[in-house]
Design a protein around this ligand. Structure first.
Ligand SMILES: [Zn+2]
Length: 477
């Protein structure tokens, strides 16, 4: 497509997104309460604990991966959920991604529930409990992966197993796509997408990890908020490199490689990307506003007209809020001369960039070049992908996710949002316009900050509600 055509297409897409998001409204009537029949909270916690004990750790260097642990995990799943494995078809894709199909006997487009069973390493972290003991203490399951993402995987399987036992069959095919390499941005989920696509299957909706049920995170909004990701930011890694003739450090030159690199970094820091309120963030502000006290509600009610001002307010409110409204640049690595007394012949900085919706890898690189404004600074793209498309919030699939949330969290405000991290779901957003990113667990601030860090844990009660969420979802497909 020519540039103008692309711009026109993007413009049209933006208008339709605005309409879809604007039409997003909380439900007037509460959905039926979740039926937790057939779900056993303590047994689920014990099964999760057992799966946490299997150290399925992902490493960027594949030689470090313990393939036997992944094999054990897959085998143990078949033993812990025998009825699921009796009724659902199961395939192992590539190096160990799992793809299940629960046939419905109808030709309605299927739903895909995603999770991943690899976890991040624990090296260098100070845990108060053994991260792979799967200890259950005072109603809490401890260990790496308790939430991310074995927690979600177990909640899905608890729901499926209980429904198979009850003799239930879903109204549309249900696929379970469990990745084995999400934490290293591997190919597991991609191969699931390719497998379905080559079979001519386009999902009706997809649900993966992402937002959660949180409290006290949004200023002025009391009670619980369930944030459902409709899109995710793009991810771009670039290197900034300056070079020089070098020489002895006793006779330095002005404007050497490190100085020019430092100046480039400061220019980036002093010229942040513009803050903009994208339609999805506006939809979030709108949904939250309905649950805020009157003063806030009046402000939120006029969000559409206050866009530029609100974008600035959010950008100053917190690092997290800032990340929602603009492209962010983090300089993560710096390198100069190898020796103390030798001038650098080469200085290098690594920038990890999260691209806001509405921008692209190309527009981001172009702006960085303009801001740096120095041809002697070489800007190299290491890897990059554009932000994901925006999923719909005005359709039945989103309404089902919302109702399932409200069946277990009846008082929660449900709000769309933009994920600032990358997830496996982005692969599905190329073939489906209803890809949602949400983990059905109510998590405290402390529990959220333990993701990928020390003392990851989940309460047995949250795990139980999560299984209830998936059960409601599957029963109402
Ligand atoms: Zn995860």
């Amino acid at each position: 497509m020519k540039r103008a055509a692309v711009a026109a297409a993007c413009g049209a897409a933006a208008v339709s997104v605005a309409r879809r998001v604007a039409r997003f409204r909380p439900p007037e009537v509460s959905p039926a309460p979740a039926d937790l029949e057939g779900l056993d909270a303590d047994a689920a916690a014990a099964r999760l604990a057992e799966l946490v004990r299997i150290p399925t750790i992902s490493f960027g260097d594949l030689r470090e991966v313990d393939a036997a642990a992944f094999e054990t995990f897959r085998r143990r799943l078949t033993e812990l959920y025998p009825e699921t494995h009796r009724v659902l078809e199961r395939e192992v894709l590539g190096d160990g991604a799992l793809l299940y199909r629960w046939p419905s006997g109808t030709d309605a487009p299927p739903m895909v529930l995603m999770a991943h069973y690899d976890v991040v390493p624990v090296a260098g972290q100070e845990w108060s409990r053994d991260p792979f003991s799967g200890l259950i203490e005072d109603g809490v399951v401890h260990g790496r992966g308790a939430i991310d993402d074995k927690g979600a995987l177990v909640a899905i399987l608890e729901a499926v197993e209980s429904l198979v036992v009850a003799g239930f069959t879903p109204d549309r095919d249900l696929y379970l796509s469990f990745g084995n390499d999400e934490e290293v941005a591997g190919v597991g989920a991609q191969s699931a997408v390719e497998t379905l696509t080559t079979r001519g299957i386009r999902p009706w909706a997809v649900l993966d990890e992402g937002g959660a049920v949180v409290s006290g995170v949004f200023p002025g909004v009391p009670g619980q908020t369930a944030v459902v990701g409709l899109a995710e930011k793009g991810l771009l890694d670039v290197e900034l490199i300056t070079t020089d003739a070098g020489g002895h450090a006793s006779a330095p030159v002005r404007g050497g490689a490190p100085a020019r690199l430092a100046r480039a970094i400061l220019r980036i820091e002093d010229n942040p990307f513009p803050a903009r309120l994208h339609d999805v963030v506006l939809g979030m502000v709108d949904a939250l506003g309905r649950h805020a006290p009157t003063g806030y509600r009046a402000l939120f009610a006029h969000a559409e007209y206050l866009r530029p001002g609100l974008a600035i307010v959010l950008s100053k409110a917190s690092r997290e809020a800032n990340a929602l409204v603009r492209t962010t640049v983090a300089i993560t690595q710096l390198e100069g001369s190898k020796a103390r007394n030798v001038l650098a012949t080469r200085a290098r900085a690594h920038a990890n960039i999260r691209i806001a919706l509405g921008e692209t890898v190309q527009s981001t690189v172009d702006r960085l070049r303009r801001v740096i404004d120095d041809p002697s600074v070489d800007l190299r793209v290491v890897s990059g992908n554009d932000p994901s498309p925006v999923s719909r919030a005005d359709n039945e699939a989103f309404a089902l996710v919302r109702d399932a949330i409200r069946s277990v969290y009846p008082d929660a405000a449900v709000a769309p949002y933009v994920m600032v991290q990358a997830s496996d779901a982005r692969h599905f957003s190329q073939v489906c316009d209803s890809v949602y990113r949400f983990m059905p667990f109510d998590l405290t601030r402390d529990e959220l900050s333990a993701l990928h860090a020390a003392d990851e844990r989940i309460s047995v009660a949250a795990l139980h509600r999560g299984a209830g969420f998936y059960r409601y979802l599957i029963r109402h497909l």
